[in-house]
Write a protein that binds this ligand. Structure first.
Ligand code: F0G
Length: 419
């Protein structure tokens, strides 16, 4: 099976261009990477992966940010703002409160548009140029649309985004709007938006830049590469576990692919690969359901609800890539309540780390898994926080304290403070 952690480096097929090709994860069909626009397998409609004849080793990396890792990417450089090189925060109080040996927070909210989606877009928009396509499009719970709008604008391309009406946080719509995307609000959830944009792409109307597009995930692999490099520099080891929020399961798939390629090149031992641990909200947890039941695919949830609107997703399209990633690394998946997410958002904020609700799910999930004994006290853990606090100002106000009105007078202010 092509998604095994210890699968050998593949033989370069004749369709490859510069040692790069596309391969179906279901039937193994291989395709030239840039001859045609293609999102899934021509033969069986399975998901495609970008494959390389020479997977990267640590010595190949130089520079900073996503393009430091160009030896692991299909191009030398891309349309850049620039992205990546995000902080790996220490959180000493939270670390001892949750009770693990090490806890670090990889804050992807510190990317140019405030989420990890920028890493995928810098590569995705570069591929769009290569293919010579016209209009770029995505369905989105918000962050993908903000990143697409910004990177499209940077490259002077037309962008179209489909959003679930009333379910996208204010900061994200503001970004898509100012970066001049055409915004369509669909009377449906994210999964319906994705159905429509996939239809538009199949009819040749748009170039699809959701994580179904295998090139997006190439950029997102660099989160995993950065975490391993930085963590190793600080501790001389790799983290035992990486905990991340899961929506469409693109990031889970991308991190797993990064680790698989390092194992292929001999840069990383299979037993050093961190356990990929996915967290979903109780109201939108098809991946958790599949992991708990030992299923190879997810069941589509038609009714999804959570305060963490970024991961309000019932049909994770990348599940066939992500489920093997969680299982092969010895990880797991867990669901958390909206209250637990809010609590974790406050805990992170108390350490100075401001994140949107979906991001806090990773910390809420870790706490739950530590409490039920799945995670042990001697583990070294990295939690991924995927989006910035300012993405969802309404959620931040709800979780935080209200401002206090005072008179325009110093004595009155002192009196109020003394109350
Ligand atoms: N966290 C945030 C802040 C997100 O915006 C998303 C996905 C995820 C986690 C889940 O990541 O899909 O790779 O499992 N947001 C997409 C969007 C769906 O449209 O912005 P995943």
């Amino acid at each position: 099976m092509s998604l095994e952690l210890t699968a050998p480096t593949p033989e370069e097929p004749s369709v490859a261009a510069d040692g790069t090709w596309l391969e179906c994860i279901e039937c193994g069909a291989q395709f030239a990477p840039f001859d045609d626009v293609r999102y899934t397998c021509d033969d069986c409609d399975g998901l495609l992966e970008v494959r390389y004849a020479s997977p990267p080793t640590w010595d190949d990396f130089e520079g900073r940010g996503v393009w430091r890792y160009n030896a692991a990417l299909p191009f030398e450089e891309g349309v850049s703002l620039p992205e990546g090189a995000t902080p790996l925060h220490t959180v000493p109080r939270l670390e001892s409160d949750i009770g693990v040996e090490t806890l670090r927070i990889k804050h992807e909210g510190m990317n140019p548009t405030g989420s990890f989606k920028d890493r995928g877009m810098t590569v995705g928009v570069r591929v769009a140029k290569e293919l010579g396509v016209g209009r770029l499009a995505c369905a989105s719970t918000g962050n993908t649309s903000a990143a697409l709008a910004a990177y499209g604008a940077r490259d002077g391309m037309e962008t179209l985004v489909l959003l679930p009406a009333g379910k996208v946080a204010a900061g994200k719509i503001a970004q898509a709007s100012l970066h001049d995307a055409r915004i369509l609000e669909v009377d449906g959830n994210f999964d319906s938006c994705l159905d429509i944009v996939q239809d538009l792409a199949a009819r040749g109307e748009v170039y699809l830049l959701n994580s179904l597009n295998p090139f997006r995930l190439e950029g997102q692999k660099t989160i995993g590469l950065e975490i391993l490099e930085e963590f190793h520099e600080d501790y001389g080891t790799y983290p035992d576990r990486i905990v991340l929020p899961v929506g469409n399961a693109g990031n889970t798939s991308a991190l797993y692919k990064a680790f698989r390629e390092l194992v292929q090149s001999g840069a990383l031992d299979a037993e050093d690969v961190p356990k990929l641990t996915g967290v979903q909200a109780d109201g939108a947890a098809p991946m958790v359901e599949a992991i708990e039941n030992g299923w190879d695919e997810t069941r589509r949830w038609d009714d999804v609800e959570t305060r963490a609107t970024a991961i309000r997703i019932g049909n994770p399209v990348n599940a066939p890539k992500a489920l093997p990633g969680i299982r092969e690394t010895g990880g797991t998946a867990v669901a958390v309540s909206d209250e637990e997410i809010t609590e974790a958002q406050r805990d992170l904020a108390a350490e100075g780390v401001g994140v949107e609700p979906a991001s806090a799910a990773s910390v809420a999930g870790l706490r739950k898994l530590r409490e039920n004994g799945t995670v042990s006290e001697d583990e070294q853990v990295v939690c991924l926080t995927t989006g910035h606090l300012l993405k969802d100002p309404d959620a931040a106000f709800e979780a935080g304290d209200d401002p206090e009105p005072v008179p325009n007078d110093t004595d009155a202010v002192l009196e109020h403070l003394a109350e």
